[in-house]
Ligand binder design. Structure first.
Ligand SMILES: [Zn+2]
Length: 82
């Protein structure tokens, strides 16, 4: 299970949603909007799950790792990365 994070549209900082989930769940619910408060600027944002990212896709320095480089075997991963 991984933390779901997103890029805040107001301040462009990464913020956690507080949702802990896994890739399979993301794939099933990626059209669902979530209403979250940015940890960095405090603004409320409505974020589509498909726009959010799992912390599994961040390397230790906080850079994004392309989803196709993660160890997942699913054609839906390519859909998320598109
Ligand atoms: Zn923000």
């Amino acid at each position: 299970m991984e933390d779901l994070v997103y890029c805040c549209p107001q301040c462009l900082q990464l913020s956690r949603t507080g949702i802990v989930t896994d890739l399979a769940t993301i794939m099933r619910s990626q059209r669902r909007p979530i209403f979250v408060r940015c940890e960095a600027c405090g603004q409320f944002n409505c974020v589509m799950i498909e726009d959010a990212l799992l912390t599994a896709s961040l390397d230790p320095a906080g850079h994004f790792i392309p989803l196709d480089e993660l160890q997942t075997v699913s054609s839906a991963v390519e859909e998320l990365a598109a």
